[in-house]
Write a protein that binds this ligand. Structure first.
Ligand SMILES: Nc1nc2c(c(=O)[nH]1)N[C@H]1C(S)=C(S)[C@@H](COP(=O)(O)O)O[C@H]1N2
Ligand SMILES: [Mo]
Length: 340
């Protein structure tokens, strides 16, 4: 595969501030009851249980990696130290039937993600123990996290505790439960798999303007007449509302991550406590809109395509603004100087 130039961002991504690394997904490290051990098992000749010193004794290396989160922020050139996955697998010895790896977290949910064995080796996966000259902080997956260069960051499991070597794929937690794309290539924008939405149900709900309690991920509602839509608490990740009329719509508490509202009419709409990470509002009319309590990690208000209409009647909270990328924050503050 041709590697894209490293000075370029994958499509739909924007840079985070240089000193920032957002925390996404599980935030709390698991309580480590016993000293750390990494288990390597499944289709191996030798099951391994490596403590931190024996892992590092396999040979620590330096890695420079561009991180790309599916919620549209990128952090290029992060300097890690760690042990290459291939060294660990060489020690365990994969059996000929081995085709997939499942990376399992020590977190209380047992969070996991998977990769084809061949991809993991080709991408140069490694087990990170350090970053920026210090140990890997617990909130970013320390003591040990796998890092998968060249894939969205959801493939990089925090608090790694186990690598299972398998013949068949075992879909990861986000991939199986939330429709995250299993191959996760940011250069191809492999973010989500669109779920099979019942078209009749979707068009009935659009006609009735009531989405409450529904899973409508990736719903196509571009240009639709949806003023006064009731969508509090709805699951609308990756929904397409480009150019729709959504005046006065209620999205309180809805999951709208990566939803597209480009050029939509949203006057007076409510987004309190909604998840709008990675959502796009470029060109949308946002006068009278409330974004109180929303995390704005990866949210876009201005792009080459257009600028949102924001004024003193558009409400933000400080923590939300803090999470914006520098370019987006500067745009919002210029439109609404009283927020400064
Ligand atoms: N154990 C665990 N690992 C995880 C997750 C999680 O929820 N639990 N979330 C994934 C997702 S979706 C992302 S984007 C990255 C976020 O890593 P960060 O918090 O260090 O930025 O971790 C990935 N690894
Ligand atoms: Mo993510």
């Amino acid at each position: 595969m041709n590697e894209p130039p490293s000075n370029q961002l994958p499509p739909g991504q924007q840079l985070v501030a240089e000193n920032k690394w957002p925390i996404i997904g599980e935030r709390e490290p698991p309580p480590l009851a016993a000293p750390f051990v990494l288990r390597v098992n499944g289709l191996v000749r030798q099951v391994l249980e490596l403590d931190l010193d024996s892992l590092k004794a396999l040979g620590s290396g330096a890695y420079r990696v561009d991180l790309h989160c599916v919620t549209r922020w990128s952090k290029p050139g992060v300097e890690f130290t760690g042990v290459s996955l291939s060294k660990v697998l060489d020690l365990a010895g994969c059996r000929p039937e081995a085709c997939f790896l499942s990376f399992v977290s020590l977190s209380s949910t047992g969070h996991h993600s998977s990769l084809p064995l061949e991809t993991a080796l080709a991408m140069g996966c490694f087990l990170a123990t350090g970053v920026g000259g210090g140990p890997l902080p617990a909130e970013h997956g320390g003591p040990v996290r796998n890092i998968v260069p060249g894939r969205y960051l959801y493939k990089s499991v925090k608090w790694l505790g186990e690598i299972r070597v398998l013949a068949e794929d075992r879909l990861g937690t986000w991939e199986a439960g939330s429709g995250y794309h299993n191959s996760a290539d940011p250069w191809r924008e492999e973010r989500y798999m669109a779920p099979a939405l019942d078209k009749r149900l979707a068009s009935n709900l659009i006609a009735g303007r009531d989405f409450r309690g529904h899973d409508l991920r990736s719903i196509e509602a571009a240009g639709r007449e949806l003023a006064g839509l009731r969508a509090a608490g709805a699951l609308l990740r990756d929904a397409r509302f480009r150019g729709a009329n959504l005046e006065g719509a209620d999205f309180a508490g809805a999951n709208l991550s990566n939803a597209g509202f480009q050029n939509a009419l949203l006057r007076g709409a409510r987004f309190q406590r909604a998840d709008i990470e990675g959502a796009a509002f470029d060109g949308a009319d946002l006068r009278g809109v409330s974004f109180a309590g929303c995390s704005l990690t990866g949210t876009t208000f201005v792009s080459a395509e257009g600028a949102a209409r924001i004024d003193g009647s558009t409400q933000f909270t400080r923590a939300g603004l803090e999470a914006l990328t520098p370019g987006q924050r500067a745009f919002v503050l210029a439109a609404s100087p009283q927020l400064e």
